[in-house]
Design a protein around this ligand. Sequence first.
Ligand code: SER
Length: 591
Amino acid sequence: MDSREIRSRFLKFFEKRGHAVIPSAPLVPENDPSVLFNTAGMQPLVPYLMGAPHPQGKRLVNAQKCVRTQDIDEVGDNTHDTFFEMLGNWSLGDYFKEDAIKWSYEFLTSKEEGLGLDPKRLYVTVFEGNNDAPRDNEAFEIWKKYVPENRIYFMPAKSNWWSPGDNGPCGPDTEMFYDVTERGLGDMTKEEYMAADDRQDVVEIWNDVFMEYEKEGGKVVGKLASKNVDTGSGLERVVMMVQGKNNIFDTDLFVSVMGKIKELVGGEIRDVRASRIVADHIRTGVMIIADGVRPANTDQGYILRRLLRRAVRYADVLGIGHNMLAGLVPIIAEKYTGVYDNVAAQATFIADEIRKEEEKFRQMLERGMKEFAHISKRGGVSAVDVFQLFSTYGFPLEMTEELAKEQGITVDRAGFEAEFKKHQDLSRTSTEGKFKGGLANNSEKTTALHTATHLMLAGLRKYLGDSVHQAGSNITEERTRFDFTYPEKVPRDVLDKVEAYVNEAIGKHSIVKIEQMKKEDAKAAGVEGSFWEKYPDVVNVYSVVVPDSTTYSRELCGGPHVVQTEGMGKFKIVKEEASSAGIRRIKAVLE
Ligand code: SER
């Protein structure tokens, strides 16, 4: 069974059990400055897990594209990757533990409809309880119907409580593990099982979270309005287990990419880890570029740059010639035709971006090597030198260390780390914070400002014309910062009209409606949107309306938004200024 078949079996299995198949949201969460990429399947669904009604009902299923970079140093082992797809099914206040567990078990083991995995290789963990929630005896009792009791282990919150960050929906979970050893592990005590987990002899295959609690500021503060189920199963790992491999790079998702790398090396690959890093980072780069990001020094663009440059360095370790990495793009794109068609459609463009970034990096490498030659004459690399090599020429610490070793000189590593930390604190705090992942900031104020931003754009288009579109936005709890296309300063009296438009919509107690539409239909219906190419074929359209009367705004979006405008506050535009050529910037608040 290949990855395509596995993905589609998952969706069909749950569709048959009443779930609506929803498309993957784009990798970059919209209008959400607190996180760089979606890092879990549930992330785009947070507003619905918190109680907003989903337009497609209470049972949902999808495969969600995710990027996680916090484990980047582990990439190259058997199971870590920076891009992955998460298969997930959700119950929004509908079924709970009984059905979630039954269906997980059935899908894993059924030969006809599921994966046909061996039930004798399955192990399960459940939550042992703490001050926030009791021991999950209910999950334990349900599991006993499917798995021998001595293969179900009670575990603490550290492993069996899932929350996407310090705020938002959370709850105890039950996790399923699969034995990937050749001999088979058989019955194990809890200690033996934990040791097997450490050795990666058992690998986590699925996580069912019973989301009925809410966290604020890192603490559980109470129960949600409804009991939800959030499940997540990493496609790459599932494919690995179904295909009987002990690492993801031997599965059909990677085999053709690894084959091409071998061809580029021109013989046996001696450094397996390096080849896996190249395959992983280029694949992630391809998916990120396909979703609209370009290499840059901040935010998503910075992560992309770092991944591509790291791939170039490891390509050098492998002895792959210059400018060959772009050749991997069509092979990667092929794996996603019919699944994420925006990859193949942009394959030439993506390959160009990768080639350009490699060239840029190599030019810097050359100049950096000259600088390094000067430094090495001084007999040692000081912290300031390391920092300069890093910040001006993009030399990561490990590379400077390798070069120094070759020359037989020392590096002030401790000094550099202190210096680097200072630099991070000064200029990259936000990017680094987001790099670590975490939950979107969906506080009420941010959500209200997001809805106000939609209304403002509609107002701007009403008074300045249809050539006005969104060019970027950044919303915090305090304010919205909004960039839009317009060639000249917007007079204050027009801003006043826009303000009045927004406040009228708020004052009329409008509601926010979500529709799912085919992308072409939405375009044809005049729905406002930028970056259409980033979106899947079926899109969410958010409208702010007074039912049966006025539509104040109708825009393509990923949410979240308020359910109704009552109580949002008074909207005020506090600043309007130039942002870049042809782009204006507004700062606005809700008081
Ligand atoms: N949110 C959980 C996870 O990411 C289950 O989907 O593991």
